[in-house]
Design a protein around this ligand. Structure first.
Ligand code: PEP
Length: 251
């Protein structure tokens, strides 16, 4: 059966020293209070090796926030999936709306990134979600379905089963505006039905689908109580141990 997961996305925040301190704090909190779900932090590339050295990945998984769409070579400034894996990280966020919006990531680039992440035994946390105009004009279900079909549906069922999905309505990211638990559940059920139509019900039932967008301790329990919401991808609230643990303890 699918796992419940709470994953932090630190984005472009913290120095290495601050990040190591935060990771240790979260690790220690999990050592004291065992979580009822998998817990992951996705941190800047610069932090990965140092954070890997101070956490117990049986308690707290580690991931990157992106990886390159090429294996290696003359791509100045890029970080490959194999480099990420060599730090000890096990996860990678791919297709975050900020990468799509500010760095022009397309479904074609994302297909390459997913293939390279899987080839390096990284678990992609693949993000999908509509912008506000698409929510308001009623096309959100089609938009999200197309994002899934274009980037993921050339995968075998075996490879698809290695993914974690994160539904993140762009209008809810960093805005303080959360999707209601019912809006999240409707979309998660739609995503699961989309997966079932392509790969079958068993694969769909085994896929963890996280909700992301202004998730915090005060709304996490209501969101996570929904049958198709299998946890959260947490931005701002993952930067404070108490807030992040408040969300983890919603399970
Ligand atoms: C995110 O960027 O993945 C996210 C969910 O951000 P926030 O929690 O800050 O809305």
């Amino acid at each position: 059966m699918r796992k419940n997961i709470v994953a932090g996305n630190w984005k472009m925040n913290t120095t290495v020293a601050e990040g190591v301190a935060l990771a240790k704090e979260v690790n220690d909190a999990l050592a004291q209070n065992k979580a009822n779900c998998d817990v992951v932090i996705c941190v800047p590339f610069t932090h990965l090796a140092s954070v890997a050295a101070v956490i117990d990945q049986n308690l707290l998984g580690l991931g990157a926030e992106n990886c390159a769409d090429h294996t290696s070579g003359a791509y100045t400034g890029e970080v490959s999936a194999s480099m990420v894996a060599s730090t000890g990280a096990k996860y990678v966020i791919l297709g975050h709306s900020e990468r799509r919006q500010y760095y022009g990531e397309t479904s074609a680039t994302l297909r390459e990134k997913i293939a390279l992440a899987l080839a390096n035994n990284l678990t992609p946390i693949f993000c999908i979600g509509e912008v506000l105009a698409e929510r308001e004009n009623g096309t959100y279900n089609d938009v999200v379905k197309a994002q899934i079909e274009e980037a993921l549906f050339d995968l075998s069922a075996e490879d698809f089963s290695k993914l974690v999905l994160a539904y993140e309505p762009v209008w809810a990211i960093g805005t303080g505006k959360t999707a209601t638990a019912d809006q999240a559940e409707d979309m998660h059920a739609h995503i699961r039905a989309t997966i079932a139509a392509k790969y079958g019900q068993e694969v769909a039932d085994n896929t963890s689908i996280l909700y992301g967008g202004s998730c915090k301790p005060s709304n996490a329990a209501e969101l996570f109580a929904k049958p198709d919401v299998d946890g959260g991808l947490i931005g701002g609230a993952s930067l404070k141990c108490a807030d992040f643990m408040g969300i983890v303890s919603a399970f």
